[in-house]
Design a protein around this ligand. Structure first.
Ligand code: CTP
Length: 412
């Protein structure tokens, strides 16, 4: 996808060993469709050369406020006026202190000060030693910078170039990319807590075997990401899948349908939207064996009997809060179900929406989408049926999140 198509980003590098990651970040931004203008401080040039950054960004790099290439000799004005955002990555402790005081003795800080504050957002990705990061001066500066309107993209934790371990590493390029993409998405679910279930469940037969299904969890994870991008607080209750957790999303791992129900009931308490994408096993073995079931050599197969699992979506939809959320207005829980069908999608989905008692149900053809990166959806609600044509799961998730936001728009 070209999530940053049409965006022009000024990528500012300040002095820090994390400059090597800025090279990768520059490539990633461009790959996603952005144009990137690199501006470097003198200290940054100690760590990576402007030649590398020029080659990667395909534009001359700026470093001095006296750069005569600009006809009016005002690169701080020209470069900041054309930007959709200024991203400082890495942002050193020293540069943060400088920004805080509005000092402007080099091109990058001058440009940050000269930017139209309401039109050109400033995003910072700090990078420093853990003691520098934890220092009250840094933390104080950070709080003030955020109060002044800067967006903090956070820091990573782990092994640092100095040999110490702790907080303060710059986030990885792909994490920063995800954050930058999220930054530009409309915040249509700000103020909401969105709860999502995803993936299959696993129903144990004995300690080493169980019953599960082919759900990959990709659609649910994409919805969790899209809801976070839309400004919601997101809890993702995931069955056993090995997908990476989307940035900023709280993930609760569960195994069985029963575990999933317990987690969902707990986290639904203060949620305003519940989106059930999980492929919950309909049945579980009635009595899971405590020890591994052994072959006894007779050729006889174990006799398994099953009991029905609780219907998580229906339980929530029929709860007091679920009923109050039916209209999408007021203090209730707006429940959205998925229907994985193999035929007669519209008719089956319509029946399922009514039988589950949910205001919105999304139909898809299970075998055509399990494990894929794209999908096609039918979105059914009281207002009618909307068709979302085949697209990537993330694109569809963003459209679905917009529909949920529309349905609950007076609620947050
Ligand atoms: N669901 C649930 N708990 C279950 C079964 C399903 O929460 N025990 C939810 C799914 O997450 C999905 C919706 O209900 O949002 C429909 O799931 P689906 O598997 O399509 O339908 P079922 O209700 O299982 O009905 P059937 O298998 O007969 O089509």
């Amino acid at each position: 996808m070209n999530d940053l198509a049409g965006k022009h980003i000024v990528l500012g590098l300040t002095g820090g060993i994390a400059c090597y990651k800025a090279a990768e970040l520059c490539r990633a931004l461009i790959k996603e469709g952005a144009t990137v203008q690199v501006v470097m401080t003198e200290a940054a040039e100690q760590f990576i050369t402007p030649v590398s950054m020029q080659a990667l960004s395909n534009r001359p790099v700026y470093g001095s406020q006296w750069d005569a290439r600009e006809p009016n000799n005002m690169p701080h004005i020209n470069l900041s006026r054309e930007a959709d955002a200024i991203l400082i990555a890495p942002c050193s402790a020293d540069f943060m202190a400088k920004l805080l005081h509005g000092r402007s003795d080099d091109l990058l800080s001058l440009m940050c000060l000269a930017r139209p504050i309401d039109k050109v957002p400033l995003l910072i990705a700090p990078a420093m030693n853990r003691e520098m990061w934890a220092h009250p001066a840094t933390q104080r500066n950070l709080t003030q910078l955020q109060a002044d309107g800067a967006t903090l993209l956070g820091v990573g934790s782990g092994f640092q170039a100095c040999g110490e371990t702790g907080d303060g590493r710059m986030l990885e390029p792909l994490e920063l990319l995800e954050d930058v993409i999220a930054f530009f998405q409309p915040k249509v679910l700000a103020g909401h807590h969105v709860l999502v279930t995803a993936g299959p469940t696993y129903e144990a037969i004995d300690p080493v075997r169980g019953i599960t299904n082919l759900s990959s969890g990709k659609m649910g994870f994409a919805i969790a990401r899209a809801a976070h991008e839309a400004g919601a607080r997101v809890t993702l209750v995931a069955g056993p899948v090995s997908l990476a957790t989307p940035r900023g999303v709280t993930r609760i791992n569960v195994k069985s349908a029963q575990n999933m129900l317990e987690a969902v009931v707990e986290y639904a308490r203060d949620a305003s939207v519940f989106i059930a994408t999980a492929a919950v096993a309909d049945w579980r073995p009635a009595n899971a064996a405590d020890q591994k079931i052994k072959k006894d050599g007779s050729g006889k197969t174990p006799q398994l009997s099953f009991v029905e699992n609780p219907d998580i979506l229906a339980t929530l939809a029929q709860s007091e809060r679920g009923k109050r959320g039916l209209t999408g207005q007021g203090e209730g829980l707006f429940c959205v179900g998925f229907a994985a069908e193999s035929e007669n999608l519209l008719a089956n989905a319509q029946t399922k929406r009514l039988s589950k008692g949910v205001p919105m149900l999304v139909g898809n053809i299970g075998p055509a989408t399990f494990g894929q990166d794209d999908n096609a959806l039918l979105v059914l609600s009281e207002q009618g049926v909307q068709e979302f044509e085949r697209a990537s799961k993330l694109e569809l998730a963003r459209k679905l999140v917009a529909s949920c936001a529309y349905a609950t728009k007076d609620k947050a």
